[in-house]
Design a protein around this ligand. Structure first.
Ligand SMILES: C[S@@+](CC[C@H](N)C(=O)[O-])C[C@H]1O[C@@H](n2cnc3c(N)ncnc32)[C@H](O)[C@@H]1O
Length: 322
């Protein structure tokens, strides 16, 4: 399922967008990559890619990077794809039925009863699922929509922080309307509920003439199953590595740091950047690491993020090791 915005971008004047403007995602996404925004800003500039025709997030989640780059005028359009039906429904409504979602949030009853109702049954229509996605995301621990995560404040609501402590209606509505405006300007090229492989095939078939950059942010190697309703096991990580090694268009991949992932990408190319099968990839995948801090109300922890890309130039300010 997908929604394509086939109308052309309305050639937004770049001067309308200031590099300082910020558009934050309405979703508090587990593993959200807002912290990588400065890295992407410098990466695009360093590789002479601004403004880029098309940014593609096949694992969109909260879409933090796309939203910022759009608002800053560094990319013209984005494709947001996610296999999770709730996440897809959220993006569809936020972009193309904004006022419906705004109305649902404005009248939301932010209670434990509503939380249980939506957890048991997020609904059938796109409207219902989008509302359930946003409601549960803003009222569950760490924004996790997945099985074991409970409501903020616990089942007894005895904590200092209650279920509604992250449900800032006005701010959420403001962010939704900013997204709706971007969609009206034609800057959301498509919202798709497709697997990463289908998304890449579709983009390559439809946008081969566009200057494009893919940003792959797959479910974590470790703990992915605890955080996302759609996660990866080893064979899926391996399949993704094969897809990327053979993808000619520029791409960036981020992962939680694990030696097995490094092995997957290193094993795919020999010292000359050739795959064992003889194919010559567009660029030998380059491996880098950078530090990110993930935090919620209870903990703040540092994590080393693995960044792999086939681009030649990587902004070294953000990089520890290559
Ligand atoms: C690490 S999160 C992405 C976070 C995002 N970069 C952000 O900043 O919020 C990974 C996402 O991939 C989605 N996903 C899992 N399997 C997928 C698949 N096979 N194809 C597309 N999306 C998938 C999950 O639903 C989840 O939203």
């Amino acid at each position: 399922m997908h929604t394509d915005n086939t109308q052309q971008a309305s050639s937004p004047s770049r001067r309308q967008f200031s590099a300082n403007t910020e558009l934050r995602s309405p979703l508090r996404y587990p593993g959200g990559k807002r912290q990588l925004v400065p890295f992407f800003v410098d990466l695009l500039k360093l590789n002479d890619q601004t403004p880029l025709d098309l940014f593609v997030e096949p694992f969109a989640g909260g879409g933090a990077v796309s939203l910022h780059l759009l608002e800053a005028g560094l990319i013209e359009r984005t494709v947001l794809a996610d296999l999770d039906p709730l996440v897809y429904a959220f993006w569809h409504q936020a972009c193309f039925k904004t006022e419906q979602l705004v109305a649902d949030i404005a009248t939301a009853d932010v209670t434990l009863e509503e939380w249980h109702k939506l957890r048991a049954n997020p609904g059938k229509t796109l409207r219902e699922k989008a509302y359930a996605c946003l409601f549960l995301n803003r009222t569950s621990y760490s924004g996790i929509l997945q099985g074991r995560a409970g409501p903020i404040g616990g089942q007894r609501q005895q904590s200092k922080y209650k279920i509604d402590c992250r449900f800032y209606k006005e701010e959420i509505i403001h962010r939704l309307r900013q997204i709706g405006r971007l969609a009206t300007e034609g800057r959301i090229a498509a919202v798709r509920r497709t697997d990463v492989h289908t998304t890449v095939r579709w983009v390559e078939e439809n946008y081969s003439q566009s200057r494009r950059l893919y940003y792959f942010d797959p479910p974590f190697w470790e703990k992915g199953e605890r955080l996302y309703r759609k996660a990866f096991r080893r064979p899926q990580h391996e399949r993704l590595a094969k897809l990327l090694i053979n993808l000619q268009a520029p791409w960036v991949l981020s992962y939680d740091y694990h030696d097995e992932i490094i092995d997957l990408y290193r094993a795919s190319t020999d010292a000359n950047g050739r795959t064992p099968g003889g194919l010559v990839p567009a660029g030998t995948p380059r491996l880098h690491t950078t530090d990110l801090t993930y935090c919620n109300r209870h903990e703040k922890r540092g994590a080393t993020e693995l960044i792999i890309t086939n681009l030649n130039n990587v902004p070294h300010d953000y990089i520890n090791r290559t």
